[in-house]
Design a protein around this ligand. Structure first.
Ligand code: ACO
Length: 386
């Protein structure tokens, strides 16, 4: 073991903390491969179940294996009564969807048979998460929840459970392309959180619940809603420059731009922008798509002007917003839908993790502090105690 004094790296930037065969990211050249496939090859071809199998077993499934996986997932697409009761209570308390998803996933434990191994837990969690999100969303709208349709796949069921309508082939393809695009992305914060938890030999449920907490933050999974709001508020390409300049002058961040790893355009933005372009040409609001293209170009130009040398480019969230909006999903569903995809990556990373993760902290506090008895200490304000 290396015992030399360790160097503190804020944000663990550039630190390699795991080996993985799940995704390969080239941040300088803007390339992403998922289990050996270039993203642009896999994302628009695979069903989400095929991608799940690929990440778990490191190869594509045969037809028989795929059907078996689909049947297993269909059988688990059932909302336990205890979880449904929890969703009803959450509607009354107006709890945001991401918070509800985290609590509801944890509540699955109440209904599980004893002794499920991590793979059995993972299938159950992945299969039921879309049911949780769609059921809660319908309850919030005052609509009756629906039962999953066994003949529909994972992505199609989610759209059906939301909108009570069997989705078109173009809609299912659009959603599957999105889910495949964001299924895994190296050691992002939520995946790292899942690895830390599973590395203690905690179970899969704990790892997924922790990862859901990490994903909820605006610097990770929470950007597409604000990115879409920005495009809709701009409203017309002529307004983009004034609107974005004003934000940058006030020191605000432009949501959907910048990335810790990518210093060129995020390759996922390219895949999603192409998926959005197909989808909007057939089934959506072409003017909105064109507005988004204009906003993107202006934003990238102004970011280069205001943050020279930072190389801030479009990230995955910008076109996520557009595509999901085109599929009829509202802002509140964007991050939960991201979670429906990324949970497959979390579980696959958990299967790879085999050693306790335990980094060091560098102590920067005072040393040689002298003990002072309570009645000789300086008084502190009540605010400091609270
Ligand atoms: N708009 C304006 N300025 C930005 C942006 C942005 N979107 N992103 C970074 N900057 C600026 C920062 O203000 C900082 O400037 P300064 O040095 O003058 O203070 C500089 O660029 C570096 O920023 P950091 O926060 O150090 O960069 P980091 O690598 O930590 O940030 C992050 C990456 C969090 C994604 C950042 O770019 C950001 O906040 N983007 C907007 C939110 C967003 O789109 N999040 C989704 C990310 S994709 C995903 O998680 C799936």
């Amino acid at each position: 073991m290396n015992t030399s004094p360790a160097t503190y790296v804020p944000g663990l930037e550039g630190i390699v903390a795991a080996q993985t065969r799940l995704s390969r990211i080239d941040g300088q050249n803007g390339q992403l491969a998922i289990a050996g496939f270039p993203l642009e090859v896999l994302a628009s071809r695979a069903s989400f179940e095929e991608t799940l199998f690929l990440l778990w077993y490191d190869r594509l499934p045969t037809v028989i294996e795929l059907e078996a996986l689909q049947a297993t997932m269909a059988a688990q697409r059932v909302l336990p009564a205890a979880t449904e009761a929890l969703l009803e209570a959450a509607v009354t308390a107006s709890v945001p969807v991401m918070d509800v998803l985290r609590v509801a996933v944890d509540s699955l434990r109440l209904s599980w048979p004893p002794g499920l191994d991590n793979r059995q837990q993972a299938v159950r969690i992945i299969a039921v998460m879309p049911v949780i999100v769609a059921t809660y969303w319908r309850m919030q709208q005052g609509l009756s929840p629906l039962l999953p349709q066994p003949q529909l796949g994972h992505a199609a069921n989610f759209l059906y459970l939301l909108f009570s309508k069997v989705p078109s082939a173009a809609q299912v393809r659009g959603l599957e392309t999105y889910l495949n695009t964001v299924v895994d992305h190296g050691l992002n914060a939520s995946t790292f959180a899942a690895r830390v938890i599973i590395s203690t030999r905690a179970d899969m449920l704990s790892a997924v619940v922790g990862a859901l907490g990490a994903l909820a933050g605006p610097l990770h999974g929470g950007a597409p809603g604000p990115a879409l709001d920005m495009v809709l508020e701009i409203g017309h390409a002529d307004q983009a420059e004034a609107y974005l300049r004003d934000k940058l002058e006030r020191g605000e961040r432009l949501m959907g731009f910048g990335h810790r790893v990518y210093k060129v355009r995020d390759p996922r933005a390219a895949v999603l922008s192409e998926a959005a372009s197909h989808f909007f040409a057939q089934d959506g609001d072409q003017a909105l798509y064109e507005l988004a293209i204009a906003v993107e170009a202006t934003a990238v130009r102004l970011l280069a002007e205001y943050k020279p040398g930072r190389r801030l480019q479009t990230n995955v969230e910008f076109y996520t917003a557009l595509l999901l909006y085109g599929l009829g999903l509202e802002n509140a569903l964007f991050t939960p839908t991201f979670a429906l995809a990324r949970v497959v990556g979390w579980t696959a990373h958990a299967f790879e993790q085999d050693r306790l993760l335990r980094p060091q902290g560098q102590y920067i506090g005072v040393t040689d502090r002298a003990w002072v008895p309570p009645n000789e200490r300086n008084t502190v304000t009540a605010a400091a105690i609270a």
